[in-house]
Design a protein around this ligand. Structure first.
Ligand SMILES: [Zn+2]
Length: 203
């Protein structure tokens, strides 16, 4: 079990190799995680706010496979395969309807050791070690592989800066719930990769 998202604790807090048999003595990971993200009266908030761009795959944007009419006949009809309009102001070229929601998260960066072939990416100038960024979310967030995470500016007091200032976008490669006692979801773990800039600007 990977728990190194938690800050260092004293040795007396650490989980024993021989846990008590009573479930009342089990560590409640969901509660611990919420305390870590939100902070308590004794501990500071260790989460930060991001936007979760939730893509609804049930509804295509109106720009999907749009057929041009009149003077736009050729400018819009030259697409070979069904695809969205990259300049669409509704979906920003996603092709799906989406909404953006604010969540507090915690993240860490995993750079795989050199030589792990599967983690490296062939590019024009050679092999590149691609860092994976792991995001953790509370039990009720339920992110999916269709969604994206957008870093935003946070205030010094830990609140999101308004109006929202968007920074880097991360696409989710895998989103897995961490389940514990009786299969209850304690938190979500998303492995992500930073997105390249598209169409010359970040969205
Ligand atoms: Zn669209």
């Amino acid at each position: 079990m990977s728990i190194d998202i938690w800050p260092a604790r004293t040795s007396s807090d650490l989980n024993s190799y021989y846990p008590n048999s009573s479930s009342g003595n089990e560590i409640n990971l969901r509660e611990e995680f919420i305390k870590l993200i939100d902070g308590t009266s004794c501990d500071p908030q260790r989460g930060h706010w991001v936007l979760l761009k939730r893509i609804s795959t049930r509804q295509r944007c109106s720009c999907w496979e749009r057929v041009g009419e009149g003077e736009f006949q050729y400018s819009e009809d030259n697409r070979k395969y069904p695809e969205p309009d990259p300049r669409c102001t509704v979906c920003n070229g996603e092709g799906w309807i989406y909404k953006e929601e604010l969540y507090k998260t915690r993240r860490r960066i995993i750079t795989p050791p050199e030589g792990q072939g599967s983690m490296e990416k062939q590019t024009d100038f050679g092999l590149v070690n691609v860092p994976l960024i792991i995001y953790y979310f509370k039990n009720y967030v339920r992110p999916t592989e269709y969604d994206r995470i957008i870093e935003i500016d946070n205030n010094e007091d830990g609140s999101p800066l308004k109006p929202i200032v968007k920074r880097d976008t991360y696409s989710i490669i895998t989103s897995e719930p961490f389940r514990d006692i009786n299969g209850r979801i304690e938190y979500w773990r998303c492995a992500t990769k930073k997105e390249e800039l598209r169409f010359g600007e970040s969205q």
